[in-house]
Design a protein around this ligand. Structure first.
Ligand code: PEP
Ligand code: MN
Length: 342
């Protein structure tokens, strides 16, 4: 439920409401606005009814949260959530550019990619050590050795590392190296994995499922938030539609939709979203114009030789051009804040 306090409610009245909610086992989030304070509360309404809370001193009205996701909803938490990764903030004024190869293939390949993307202006490094491949015969990733190379690349470049965790049993191992744990599309509804990843307290990059609705995606985020971890970054990466020209259909309308429905930051992956190299930069520009908080782009030193996703990977020069092209769009302020609420 959302509790709207009266404009002149005192601190004691506010605290009284919070105490009562907490006594009944509710999770509480306080938003102090300029004019009034709003308290978001999640719990068992059979223990404390909306009418009972509405009658407490200082309360103006109580509104139920109608969405099935609660902690992820903007009603519960009106301000944008900011996710801190090293010195960077996802969901703040700075647009984050996460770039690197689809898979870590060798020490040399990763270091070359990491240095190139940093020089071009990337703010974080991506690279899969454990790869979710559609075929069991495809390259599956370097696993633990890949994580070691990622740690070395971070040391060399200073870029925080975003890498995928595919299995609940690997969460501790991957979290040991990763600055951000990526949950891939194919695992968006692996609820045990979402819970285990959430429990690490690390920032989680949650990719939209291959055929997930926005509501299902936000409910997946709810599993992480429900572990007490609000450091969740959503990533739109395209969905399965009847169109076959592109690998997926990049749903850029999800960006303003998610911003409207949720306080969580949302970034866009135009690489998996299109599957075609020439479409990556235009869709990256469109994503930022639509208000995305950042991008995730696959970059390989030599895409022709990539062991996975070469056809959608940019080479370092192409990536440098993309970064130059997005600067004016960022400067033009494609990331409005207030309008999401309406
Ligand atoms: C990836 O980022 O390399 C990846 C496998 O992405 P997705 O889960 O979106 O397919
Ligand atoms: Mn990939």
């Amino acid at each position: 439920m959302i509790i709207v306090m009266q404009p002149g409610a005192t601190d004691a009245e506010q605290q009284g409401v919070i105490n009562r909610l907490e006594q009944e086992g509710f999770k509480v989030h306080l938003s102090r606005g300029i004019e009034r304070t709003i308290i978001g509360a999640i719990g068992d309404k059979t223990r404390l009814k909306c009418e009972t809370v509405a009658a407490l001193p200082g309360v103006e009205k109580v509104v139920p949260i109608l969405q099935p996701y609660k902690l992820a909803s903007r009603d519960f938490h009106p301000e944008d959530t900011q996710v801190e990764v090293g010195n960077h903030v996802v969901g703040g004024p700075e647009v984050q550019i996460i770039a690197g190869p689809c898979a870590v293939e060798s020490r040399a390949q990763l270091l070359e990619a990491a240095i190139a993307v940093r020089e071009a202006g990337a703010t974080m490094l991506r690279g899969g050590a454990y790869k979710p491949r559609s075929s069991p015969y495809s390259f599956q990733g370097l696993a633990a050795r890949g994580l070691e190379f990622l740690a070395e690349a971070r040391e060399r470049t200073g870029l925080p590392v975003v890498t995928e965790v595919m299995d609940q049993n690997l969460v501790a191992e991957v979290a040991d190296v990763a600055d951000v744990l990526q949950i891939g599309s194919r695992n968006m509804q692996n609820f045990a994995l979402l819970q285990a990843a959430g429990q690490t307290g690390k920032p989680i990059l949650l990719k939209r499922g291959l055929s997930a609705t926005i509501e299902e995606w936000l409910l997946a985020a709810e599993y992480i938030l429900n572990e007490g971890n609000n450091q969740v970054i959503l990533c739109e990466r395209g969905i399965r539609t009847f169109e076959t020209y592109t690998r997926n259909t990049l749903d850029l309308s999800a960006v303003p939709a998610v911003k409207h429905l949720s306080h969580l930051p949302v970034i866009v992956d135009p690489s998996h979203g299109t599957g075609r190299r020439f479409m990556v930069a235009p869709m990256a520009r469109a994503a930022l114009a639509a208000g995305a908080d950042g991008l995730m782009v696959e970059v390989h030193p030599n895409p022709q030789e990539a062991l996975s996703d070469g056809s959608q990977s940019l080479n370092p020069e192409e990536f440098a051009t993309l970064v130059k092209e997005i600067r004016p769009i960022i400067a033009a302020g494609g990331r409005p804040g207030e309008e999401w609420a309406s």
